[in-house]
Design a protein around this ligand. Structure first.
Ligand code: MN
Length: 272
């Protein structure tokens, strides 16, 4: 896989308007922009009595989001559904401002966090609720990914699959620091989320960006899938199947075959 993914710390990116080679301009507007196909599914799984995952997208403004809520009673569901709704709304609204796509996505995440946090402060039943968030938006041939928590983005090209995001969890962060010795592999600490939407008034998202080509696939998924599926299994599952909805159902089936102890959500994007 030759695509280089980089943390989007700067706003440097190139707009590619279409085919311009050897001084020849061949104006084919239908090819100047990639088209994107989307399929998504959220399954309650086998062990949970409610589904705290949510997903949403807006094909008009080309933004996609998956959230995994947490909190007592219905609070987790409210946290994730609020985050999905607000992210889509804020991203759309910010399209009326002169800010570039990176700043627009960043601001939409910041405003979404504040909205969920504010709702949590206003109600005793919702206090302490939070949600993960993984989002993708498109700018011509460039994709931007933002994440908070342990819901993930994966990138698939030519049969390969790589994980783009880093989990904000105890397990991932201890592993990065090479300090796994003190934490049992099955320990409850592993599951602790170190960053979430709505828990504090401010939040720091990680942003990533890359250029996409026809045939590329991006997967956004909650831990209810990712705990059961390796990158190899995801690549095999999506493979060359051109039925994107079928690929979604096959991914959920990977979790179900292993007990689906959590809610399972996946959202697939394919570029053409
Ligand atoms: Mn989950």
């Amino acid at each position: 896989m030759d695509q280089e993914w980089e943390p989007a710390v700067s706003a440097e990116y190139l707009e590619i308007p279409g085919d311009e080679k050897d001084g020849l301009t061949h104006n084919r507007p239908e090819e100047a922009k990639l088209t994107v196909e989307v399929a998504a599914i959220s399954d309650i799984g086998y062990k949970r009595t409610n589904n705290e995952d949510n997903f949403g997208y807006d094909l008009q403004s080309q933004v996609f989001v998956v959230c995994d809520g947490m909190g007592g009673m219905a609070a987790g569901e409210i946290a994730s559904s609020t985050a999905v709704d607000r992210l889509l709304r804020y991203y759309d609204e910010l399209g009326n401002t002169p800010m570039d796509i990176e700043e627009r996505l960043h601001q939409a995440i910041v405003k979404t966090n504040l909205a969920v946090w504010t709702a949590a402060q206003k109600s005793g039943e919702l206090r302490g609720m939070g949600t993960t968030l993984v989002t993708a938006c498109l700018d011509g041939k460039r994709i931007w990914i933002g994440n908070i928590g342990d819901s993930r983005a994966y990138f698939l090209r030519e049969g390969g699959c790589v994980q783009i995001t880093q989990d904000h969890s105890c397990a991932a962060e201890q592993s990065l620091r090479g300090k796994m010795q003190g934490i049992p592999a099955s320990g409850i600490l592993r599951q602790f989320i170190t960053r979430a939407i709505g828990v504090e008034a401010t939040v720091q998202a990680d942003l990533f960006t890359a250029e996409v080509r026809p045939g590329d696939v991006v997967l956004l998924a909650t831990d209810g899938l990712t705990r059961y599926a390796s990158t190899g299994e995801i690549a095999q599952c999506i493979g060359n199947d051109w039925d994107l909805a079928k690929s979604c159902r096959k991914l959920v089936e990977i979790a179900k075959q292993q007990g689906a102890a959590d809610n399972v959500t996946c959202l697939l994007l394919r570029f053409q």
